[in-house]
Design a binder for this molecule. Structure first.
Ligand SMILES: Cc1ncc(COP(=O)(O)O)c(C=O)c1O
Length: 456
């Protein structure tokens, strides 16, 4: 039990759980009795109402990149709230102006102007509208099993069947190609002999749909929803080349992959390419106040400047508190060399995971970049038969990876399985130490052994 948090008496706690079960419609799966009530946190640790301490290997939801309770960000929000916390969306406020300028300075040189919103979903929604208006074309191509948000357009651009199918029909004009998934190549090929067929297939798709109708290609460079798929070094340059050839805009969704997560401030820096539109959210404000950003290239920026309008917006576009948090967080990433720590400790974590892979028959593949890792589980390493049967009727507790992550949580470690597929995703705050990696990996390995005994 933590010394920092005074536990809430059991009777009171029980009442909260009763209220939660009765009054809340929670997002995604509803298991209120399984979810801790969080009352505090600092750095990579957080505390529940019963006083239990947890080690956060998910940055809550891939977003508290600087750790919980970051003082620089909190102070910036406090300072701003004393001045002005909200201005009408078309009015200006100082954090909004300064954050847009800072993003123009820190992102690739071609990215010069930003539209602000409240989330990754909204950042992508704006990107689609920008792409359609700017190009005069309407089709958007994305990747199977990617996730870009949960509104209709972002869900249509994503490809996770489990969260698409209950809401069909979806928005027309969104199409998909297979992701860069070397472990289970959709084309049955092997790198490097494959000639990055998965990237080249974008050209086939553009030709099939008619280049004059395709506005943009969107992808998350970490393809986190599909289980963290880190493509070969040729993938992104090839995609960029194909987009240029057909005047198709490249939208990179760095909602998770940005803000230091992959070991660079922005993921596309790894591959020496720049998107036409970059979407950011989550870590951009260290999750202190919700914030989304859609950063666009000069040609697009000039187009809208000339038109003098972009007929889109939210009441909270450019919220002063969110932008103050964003400015403080982005400056902290740079000043404190946060991406460097993510690169260094990320390598250490990946090594530890490879050790676990060697020792466990259920760990089929381990992959990652910086501090975003995927551990894919199989029934059999030879056949690569997935560990999890794709059966939505299976109760959550009887799914091996839910049991594994529940077991980790019981031991005070937060990480997360993919919504479908057989991968556990690991994404600690970027300030994490090697010592904490050791602690987390001890718990993870112990729970893998337990899971193997029960399910294999
Ligand atoms: C890659 C990616 N894009 C977009 C989103 C949507 O962001 P939000 O939940 O802030 O709307 C997410 C959320 O997890 C994401 O992982």
């Amino acid at each position: 039990m933590s010394r920092k948090i005074k536990p809430i008496p059991e009777a009171e706690l029980k009442k909260y759980y009763e209220y939660a079960a009765k009054y809340l419609l929670k997002p995604w799966h509803t298991r209120p009795e399984k979810e801790p009530i969080i009352v505090g946190g600092k750095g990579a640790r957080f505390y529940d109402a019963a006083g239990k301490e947890y080690l956060d290997f998910l940055s809550q939801l891939f977003n508290v990149n600087l750790g919980m309770g970051n003082e620089k960000v909190i102070e910036a929000v406090k300072e701003q709230v004393e001045k002005v916390n909200y201005t009408k969306n078309t009015y200006l406020n100082i954090p909004k102006i300064l954050l847009a300028k800072r993003l123009a300075e820190l992102t690739a040189p071609n990215l010069v102007r930003t539209f602000f919103s409240n989330s990754g979903t909204e950042a992508n929604e704006a990107a689609f509208k920008i792409a359609r208006v700017y190009t005069g074309r309407f089709k958007i191509i994305g990747l199977w099993n990617a996730y870009h948000g949960s509104t209709y357009a972002s869900m249509s651009a994503g490809g996770v069947a489990a969260n698409r199918s209950p809401f069909e029909p979806l928005v027309p004009g969104f199409y998909h190609i297979p992701p860069p998934y070397c472990y289970r190549c959709a084309f049955g090929l092997e790198y490097p002999g494959c000639g990055v067929r998965c990237a080249r297939f974008l050209e086939d798709a553009i030709k099939f749909h008619g280049p004059e109708t395709v506005a943009a290609f969107i992808a998350d460079p970490g393809v986190v929803a599909a289980g963290v798929l880190i493509p070969s070094k040729e993938y992104w340059p090839t995609i960029r080349e194909i987009c240029d050839k057909y005047d198709v805009l490249l939208i990179l969704d760095e909602v998770i992959a940005g803000c230091g997560r992959t070991g660079r401030l922005f993921a596309h820096e790894h591959w020496g390419i720049a998107p036409d539109i970059l979407t950011l959210a989550k870590g951009i404000s260290n999750a202190t106040v919700p914030l989304g950003a859609t950063v666009m290239n000069r040609k697009i920026a000039d187009f809208f400047a000339e038109k003098k309008s972009f007929m889109h917006g939210f009441t909270y576009s450019g919220h002063a508190l969110a932008c103050a948090a964003g400015l403080a967080a982005i400056n902290a990433y740079v000043e404190e060399n946060i991406p460097e720590n993510a690169a260094k400790v990320g390598e250490y974590l990946l090594d530890a995971l490879k050790g676990i892979q060697d020792r466990h028959r259920s760990v089929g593949d381990v992959r990652g970049l910086g501090l975003i890792e995927g551990v894919e589980f199989v029934k059999d390493k030879e056949t690569k038969k997935p560990l999890v049967a794709e059966d939505p009727e299976t109760p959550l507790e009887e799914r091996p990876l839910v049991a594994l992550s529940d077991g980790c949580l019981d031991e005070g470690l937060l990480l997360m399985p993919t919504m479908s597929g057989s991968t556990i995703r690991i994404a600690p705050p970027l300030i994490i130490t090697e010592e904490d990696v050791d602690k987390a990996m001890d718990i993870f390995e112990r729970q893998i052994t337990k899971m193997e005994k029960r399910f294999l």
